[in-house]
Design a protein around this ligand. Structure first.
Ligand code: SF4
Ligand code: F3S
Length: 104
């Protein structure tokens, strides 16, 4: 599966949702999550994210993100249509440690 990681938080560009062939993105207030049970590993969303926040879970160190994606995809609503990024997206792009600072 692919997972959404730290740099999506408070950016939420949403370019990813429109390209997913199985519509497996779910939207929270500050972050998007991929449902790992629905993702077919096609990889088309990865290059679409301007924040480079989407990664294959085969990359090392992403266990925490896989858990978070699964947990939140189960409770958040599905999103398939692109919206405006968060107003602070540009300033927040690249800020480190967003999970601890801003996740809600
Ligand atoms: Fe959707 Fe493919 Fe991205 Fe998985 S890898 S979330 S199926 S676009
Ligand atoms: Fe987030 Fe990137 Fe999608 S910032 S909403 S994963 S395009």
């Amino acid at each position: 599966t692919y997972v959404v990681t730290d740099n999506c938080i408070r950016c939420k560009y949403t370019d990813c949702v429109e390209v997913c062939p199985v519509d497996c993105f779910y939207e929270g207030e500050n972050f998007l999550a991929i449902n790992p049970d629905e993702c077919i590993d096609c990889g088309v969303c990865e290059p679409e994210c301007p924040a480079e926040a989407i990664k294959p879970d085969t990359e090392p160190g992403l266990d925490k993100w896989l858990t978070l994606n699964a947990e939140y995809a189960a409770i958040w609503p599905n999103i398939t249509i692109k919206r405006d990024p968060m107003p602070e997206a540009k300033e927040m792009d690249g800020v480190s440690g967003k999970l601890d600072l801003y996740f809600s």
